[in-house]
Design a protein around this ligand. Sequence first.
Ligand code: GDP
Length: 294
Amino acid sequence: MFSSLSDSLDKSFRNLRGVGKISEKNITDALRDIRIALLEADVEFGVAKELIARVKDASMGEEVLKSIKPGEQIVKLFQDELTRVLGGDNVPLDLNPPARILMVGLNGAGKTTTSAKLARRLQKEGRRPLLVACDLYRPAAVDQLVTLAGQVNVPVFAPERGETDVIKVAREAISFGEREGATVLIFDTAGRQEIDEKLIKELIELNKFLQPKETLLVADAATGQQAVSVATHFDEAVGITGIVLTKLDGDARGGAALSMREVTGKPIKYAGEGEKLDQLIEFHPSRMADRILG
Ligand code: GDP
């Protein structure tokens, strides 16, 4: 993965050996290669530009090391910056009582699956999760959550068919959770193919009612240039506290991770690496940086 970009950078850097320090003039070609790599990984254009400007500043005046190839040196500088950006101030989930986690995101991103995966993880850590089905638009989504909850052996609160009041469902779920001794409630919400006003309005109301300590945006690693608008919309509406990047087992280079992290400033907490319910891992910034640079 790592070698292709540094190989091509070595070409750009043919003339760099022996120059002593990296300067504006000799870094321009290399940065063009890096820009292409970022855009190919689907990092949003503005985000790529901003990152490149930052690395350019950081690398200016650096000694050109004789021990490693110049291309590798620039890739390393870039990788360090991406790792720093992707890592940031990632802290564990706030699960102080009343621990409530609101799961949001577009349809198909992996919200329902991730809710079950997260419940399983928390259960393994000794907590008592309750899954709550708050997607009142698609009965199939409720059924799916009930099935997945059964597979991870976690209790689930599902609304009656035809129920349309999401706040009522949330209120009943909280009472149910108290009766059952649940210590953390995970709310799976309705998604859409695209952001729509009705969805956002309902989410805002649910968020106001629940006051969750954690609101996780579930996003497909293959989200392309729309990553910025998706992340911004959800963050502005309900104030996300973190991101879960799904389908990292796929081919996508995952530039969306970088775009979303940059524009929201919110950490990527977990990564989904498959359809199985134990395939939710902690996010590794340096692995992701490697993957994005290609
Ligand atoms: P939702 O509409 O956001 O609730 O999405 P779902 O949870 O229904 O997931 C949509 C599809 O993506 C399902 O077929 C899941 O099995 C699949 N999926 C979710 N997470 C992952 C993942 O990390 N890797 C892979 N390969 N598939 C996933």
